[in-house]
Ligand binder design. Structure first.
Ligand SMILES: Cc1cc2nc3c(=O)[nH]c(=O)nc-3n(C[C@H](O)[C@H](O)[C@H](O)COP(=O)(O)OP(=O)(O)OC[C@H]3O[C@@H](n4cnc5c(N)ncnc54)[C@H](O)[C@@H]3O)c2cc1C
Length: 508
C-alpha cells in the first residue's frame, strides 16, 4: 500500500511540478554565431548545474570555469571543444564516458557557484564523478576530494592525455565514430556495464513511445494493450523518471487520447499525448551506452527493449505474472514495428498453454524466449555476415557471467541450473541494473526531476484473465491507487474488446 501511495503522491506532485531542467536540449550541439562550428561542451549555470550533473549517464565530468570576456578563455575554447566533441552530444565518439561542461563566472547568477569551487583564475578546470559536483565544492586546502583541479590541460592534447590517464584509456583526438572501437568494452568482459543499461532502458522506453505516436499506432483495438503496458511501467520500470512519465500519461490518457478521436486528430495538436515525453524531456539523449553497437546499424533500440522487458520480469510478484506475460506479449504484438520480431515473439507467446502463477516462471520463460531468438539469429547473422563483431549473439548468460548457472562443464545441450539462472537474472536485471542510477540519484530531492529510489517493489496485483476487457479495469485497481484514480476519471464506458492473447500450450 505504501508503494501505491508513493506512486500516487509522486504522480500528483509531478503534475504540479512540471518538468525539470535537464540536459536534453543543451546536450544538443548548438551552431555558433557563424554557423560554421558547433559547441559540444554543455553550458551550465547556477540553475541547471546540479540537475544536469545529477542526471548525466557519464562516469566523469569536466567543468571549465571561465569568463566570457577573458581573451585566454576565448583562445582556449577551440581546444576544449576539440575534446568535448569526443564525449558530448548524439554523435559523440565515446558517449557516456565524460560530460564536458562550462560555467561562465562573469554572469552574476553564477557568482556563488564559482565561489563554491574557489575559482581564482580563468579558465579553471575540474575533474570528478558528476555526482560529486552536485551541491559540491572545492577548496585548494582540502586534501581529500574526489573533485580534482586539472592543472595541465591547456591544450586539447594535454587535456585529453590527462583524461586518458585518469580513465586508463587511449582515446585519440582524431577518433571517429565506429572507426575506432577497440575501447568499446564488451558487456561480458565488463559485467558491471549492466549498471549503465538503465539509461538505455530509458532511451528505449522513450523511443518506443515516440514510435507509437509517430506511426499512429493507438487505435481502438490497441488502446487497452497500451494502457496495460503503462500500468506495468508505472509500478515496475527501473527508472523513476519513466515511472513518473508513465503515470502522467496513464492518469490523463483519456483526455490526451480520447477513444473517439480519429487518426488525423491524434496526429494533430489535438492529440496532446504526442507532446508527452514519457521519461522526461532529457530523454531520448540520442545515444546508447550498454546497447551501443560497434557499427551504426547494430544493437540500440531492440537491445534496450529486451533489457526493459527483462527488468520488468524480475520486478513483478507472483500474482502479477500472468498479467505481465499477456501485457508484454500484447505490447510487442501491437507496438513493435519489426514485423518478423513481433510475429516470432507472438508465436512463442501463443505456445504457452497454462497461466503463469509464479514470477520466477515468467522471468525464466522470457529468458528462454530471448535465447531462442539468439539461437536463430546466431546462425542467421553468421551466414549473412551481419553480426556485430564486438557483440556476437550467444546463448546467454555465458559462463564468464554466471558459472553456477551451468550444471556441468561441457554438456550439450546445456544443462541449466534454473534456480541459479533465476538468481542471476534477478540480481543482474534488478539490483545491479539500478545500482548506478540509484547512487547518482541519492543526492537529489524527490519529485523535482526524477530522483530515484530503490528498484521497485511490487504491488499485489491479481492475475488478469486474458482478453476480458472488464479485467483490465480490475487490474487497474489492483495496480494501485493511481490506476484507480485514473479509472475513476473514466466516463462511464462500455467494456472494450481487448487485443488480448489467446493461450494454447503449457509454459514448461
Ligand atoms: C521481443 C523481441 C523480439 C525480437 N525478435 C527478433 C527476430 O525475430 N528477428 C530478428 O532479427 N531480431 C529480433 N529482435 C532483435 C534481436 O533480438 C536483438 O535485439 C538485436 O539483434 C540486437 O542484438 P544485441 O546484440 O544488442 O543483443 P540483444 O539480443 O538485443 O540482447 C540485449 C542484451 O540482453 C542480454 N541477453 C542476451 N540474451 C539474453 C537472455 N536470453 N536473457 C536475458 N538477457 C539476455 C545481453 O546482455 C544482451 O547484450 C527481437 C527483439 C525483441 C525485443
Amino acid at each position: 500500500m505504501s508503494r501505491t501511495l508513493f506512486v500516487l503522491i509522486l504522480c500528483l506532485s509531478a503534475l504540479r511540478l512540471g518538468v525539470s531542467l535537464g540536459s536534453r536540449s543543451i546536450l544538443r550541439t548548438v551552431p555558433d554565431k557563424n554557423g560554421d562550428s558547433e559547441d559540444y561542451a554543455v553550458d551550465l549555470n547556477a540553475t541547471n548545474f546540479d540537475a544536469v550533473l545529477r542526471d548525466t549517464p557519464a562516469t566523469f565530468a569536466v567543468v571549465e570555469f571561465f569568463a566570457h570576456w577573458c581573451p585566454a578563455c576565448r583562445n582556449y575554447k577551440p581546444h576544449y571543444e576539440k575534446v568535448a566533441r569526443l564525449f558530448n552530444g548524439p554523435n559523440a565518439v565515446h558517449p557516456g564516458k565524460v560530460l564536458m561542461t562550462r560555467v561562465d563566472c562573469a554572469l552574476k547568477m553564477n557568482t556563488n557557484l564559482c565561489d563554491r569551487f574557489s575559482v581564482g583564475h580563468y579558465p579553471m578546470l575540474f575533474w570528478g564523478p558528476p555526482s560529486k559536483f552536485v551541491s559540491g565544492s572545492w577548496d585548494p586546502k582540502q586534501e581529500k576530494s574526489e573533485i580534482r583541479n586539472i592543472e595541465n590541460g591547456r591544450t586539447a592534447e594535454k587535456l585529453l592525455s590527462w583524461i586518458n590517464k585518469q580513465m586508463g584509456s587511449s582515446i585519440g583526438l582524431d577518433d571517429e565514430k565506429f572507426e575506432n572501437e577497440q575501447n568499446l568494452s564488451s558487456n561480458i568482459s565488463d559485467p558491471g556495464q549492466i549498471a549503465r543499461a538503465v539509461y538505455d532502458v530509458e532511451e528505449a522506453t522513450s523511443i518506443a513511445f515516440d514510435i507509437i505516436l509517430e506511426h499512429k499506432m493507438i487505435k481502438s483495438e490497441t488502446r487497452a494493450s497500451l494502457i496495460k503496458f503503462l500500468q506495468l511501467l508505472v509500478v515496475h520500470h527501473p527508472s523513476l523518471r519513466c515511472r513518473k512519465g508513465s503515470a502522467e500519461i496513464l492518469v490523463n490518457f483519456d483526455e490526451l487520447n480520447p477513444a473517439d478521436m480519429n487518426q488525423e486528430e491524434v496526429a494533430s495538436e489535438k492529440g496532446a499525448v504526442k507532446n508527452f515525453q514519457i521519461c522526461g524531456k532529457d530523454v531520448p539523449r540520442g545515444y546508447w551506452i550498454f546497447c551501443r553497437g560497434s557499427k551504426n546499424d547494430t544493437r540500440g533500440f531492440s537491445c534496450g527493449l529486451w533489457v526493459l522487458l527483462h527488468s520488468l520480469s524480475v520486478q513483478i510478484e507472483d500474482g502479477e505474472s500472468q498479467f505481465a506475460f499477456t501485457t508484454i506479449c500484447d505490447f510487442i504484438h501491437n507496438f513493435f514495428v519489426c514485423e518478423e520480431c513481433r510475429q516470432h515473439f507472438y508465436e512463442m507467446c501463443s505456445s504457452v498453454s497454462s497461466p503463469f502463477n509464479k514470477a520466477r516462471d515468467f522471468a525464466l520463460w522470457l529468458w528462454r524466449a530471448h535465447n531462442k531468438v539468439n539461437d536463430r539469429l546466431l546462425k542467421e547473422e553468421e551466414s549473412m555476415g551481419t553480426a556485430d563483431p564486438k557483440f556476437p549473439k550467444m546463448i546467454w548468460p555465458p559462463r564468464q557471467l554466471c558459472m553456477s548457472c551451468y550444471r556441468s562443464r561441457s554438456s550439450q545441450p546445456i544443462e541449466w541450473d534454473l534456480d541459479e539462472v533465476h538468481k542471476f537474472l534477478t540480481s543482474y536485471y534488478g539490483r545491479t541494473l539500478a545500482s548506478l542510477y540509484k547512487s547518482n540519484s541519492a543526492l537529489g530531492t524527490i519529485g523535482a526531476d526524477g530522483v530515484l529510489d530503490e528498484p521497485t517493489t511490487s504491488t499485489n496485483a491479481v492475475a488478469v484473465p486474458v482478453g476480458a476487457a472488464l479485467a483490465i479495469a480490475l487490474a487497474s485497481c489492483a495496480f494501485g491507487v493511481l490506476a484507480c484514480y485514473w479509472r475513476s476519471q473514466q466516463k462511464s464506458r462500455k467494456p472494450r474488446r481487448s487485443s488480448g492473447l489467446r493461450l494454447s500450450e503449457g509454459h514448461d
